[in-house]
Design a protein around this ligand. Structure first.
Ligand code: NAP
Length: 283
């Protein structure tokens, strides 16, 4: 079997058109959806991510405010900026780009963001809403993975989903979203012995590890949906995921490529979250 490619760029384009329409509807009511992006330090990868987020906002009717600060910024100054943005009615979403310089306490900064503006969905309040099934802002990457799975027409009810990775930002929220969609969920991690025993039983596999070749063809059930979150580089410096794409695409039913799979969906779901927050604020 040759898997069908789940095209994250095309799905993103479709969803972003909806974002543009919702932003226009808000603007017609006199509300300009606004996202504040805070970048501290000069990490080149973070600068690229932030630029892409700001650009995506501009293209879809969301006003973005980029605040950049030197790596020497103090915790007190950063918290004061977050507090000011919390109180700014023109700002509906606040994103502090991670990772922060080492001397800053990322947890305290995330917790300082008003829950209604936590468009990354990383705060304890947002995690609690997800955990208890309350409506709220969901972390963008796993939310994007859910959209990619939905786009295949797969009904998750009663299906076995295996998530590889248990980070607070990807693996754990992913598992909870799958559970909420009535899948039976297994979460694997670095202490899981014989990963293949689990993944071979899975109708859906989400790989979120950050290591090349974690999922190979002999570890996948024929016809499975495979979502590759990982971002790695191969020996030639080319971008690749956690999944051995060439091999697994011969076995799986659906597979996301890297690049062009999960990546574009992450920014798209950030835009969706910002609009959700703006619409809620506007009543
Ligand atoms: P992370 O915080 O480093 O978590 C990685 C997880 O993988 C951990 O739970 C770890 O287990 C597990 N793991 C490590 N080695 C393993 C192994 N051999 N077998 C099974 N599990 C293993 O990373 P993350 O933030 O979740 O990100 C994961 C990957 O997704 C990275 O490549 C990241 O760049 C990428 N990512 C992509 C996007 C996107 O938009 N496309 C967004 C976010 C992240 P332990 O908990 O036991 O250590």
């Amino acid at each position: 079997m040759t898997a069908r490619i789940i095209d994250g760029t095309a799905l993103s384009r479709h969803l972003r058109a909806g974002v543009g329409e919702r932003a226009a509807a808000l603007r017609a009511r006199g509300v300009i959806p606004g996202l504040a992006v805070v970048l501290v330090g000069d990490d080149p990868a973070s600068a690229v991510y932030v630029r892409n987020k700001v650009k995506a906002c501009e293209q879809h009717g969301i006003r973005s405010v980029l605040e950049t600060y030197p790596a020497t910024m103090t915790q007190a100054d950063l918290l004061a900026r977050v507090e000011a943005l919390n109180g700014d009615p023109a700002i509906h979403g606040i994103l502090v780009q991670m990772p922060l310089p080492r001397h800053l306490d990322a947890h305290a900064v995330i917790e300082a963001i008003a829950p209604a503006k936590d468009v990354d969905g990383f705060s304890v309040a947002s995690a609690g809403e997800l955990m208890t099934g309350l409506p709220g802002l969901r972390p963008a990457t796993p939310a994007g993975c859910m959209k990619l799975i939905e786009s295949t027409g797969t009904d998750l009810r009663g299906k076995h989903a295996v998530v590889i990775g248990r980070s607070n930002t990807v693996g754990k929220p992913m598992a909870l979203l799958l559970l909420q969609a009535n899948a039976t969920v297994t979460v694997c991690h670095s202490a899981t012995p014989d990963l293949g025993t689990f993944t071979r039983q899975a109708d859906v596999v989400v790989a979120a590890v950050g290591r090349r070749g974690v999922l190979r063809a002999d570890m996948v059930k024929p016809g499975a949906v495979v979502i590759d979150v990982g971002i790695n580089r191969d020996e030639g410096g080319k971008l690749c995921g956690d999944v051995d794409f060439a091999g697994v695409s011969q076995v799986a039913g659906y597979i996301t490529p890297v690049p062009g799979g999960v990546g574009p969906m992450t920014i798209t779901m950030l835009l969706v979250n910002t609009l959700d927050a703006a619409e809620r604020a506007a009543g």
